[in-house]
Design a protein around this ligand. Sequence first.
Ligand code: SAM
Length: 285
Amino acid sequence: MIEVFDEGLHSGVNLALDVGKILYRDKTKHQDLVIFENTTFGRVMSLDGAIQTTEHDEYMYHEMFAHVPILAHGNVGKVLIIGGGDGGAARQVLKHRNIDVTLVDIDRTVIDLSIKFLPNIHGGAFDDPRMSVIVADGCRFAKETSDKWDVIIIDSTDPHGPGEVLYTQEFYADCKNCLTDGGIIVTQNGVPFVQSEELRNSYDRLGALFQDVSFYMATIPSYVGGPLAFGWATDNKKLRNMSEGDLANRFLEAEIETHYYTPDVHKASFVLPLYVKKILGAEKP
Ligand code: SAM
């Protein structure tokens, strides 16, 4: 009989994936980690029962996480990734010349097993001399560091278990202290159709700290319930409204290869459907 992985992240709706070969299944110091093969998604990694990333759709998530803030900003030299132990976000950031990455993940085992089993996702990012890896709680790191970054990517698990602290206003305030002037924070903010409370919470918490807070969206097949929202927070209001022409010039100049991101997808991803605006408190388009 075929084993089925039932995600069980949301009440009343489940993503069920056929499990082929199981590459790893054990408890790490912080989380339950499973890596298995699925015919549609390729290798799949789950933490505490929630799918984190899959070989075949990760580019949609990681390209939008990295290239949207980097190309909107236009002058990024340093990126901090909190979480992201699979290395997928780092791989996309490192496609840009002259950017250094600091990656802070709480779970050494996630990093080690991603290096071993998910090379198609990290693409060698952990061997790049521009990448520094720190194993620590991102919340504590953001409070204690005196360093600053142009873009912070909060590539966290959902707000349960060790990732919960990465959705607090205190953590967002500490991240703000780690940003250079006009820097941008982007967050993994869940699927609004099934995680409306998380969207609203992040909107309120980031909104109390930054002059421009919004979300952009992408449909990623392994996230059940519709498009995923990425949070966006910065004090530079111009960055969200960069023209498609300017983005296209920067994209050309960066000479990066993508499979999902294009400048027009970038622009369009900030157009929020009315049900999402209503979650954020706007009754009209
Ligand atoms: N794409 C994913 C999702 O949608 O949930 C996130 C992927 S990434 C693998 C999530 C990472 O966040 C994990 O490697 C986990 O160890 C890390 N993490 C969770 N809590 C953390 C914390 N407090 N500080 C740093 N990293 C944390």
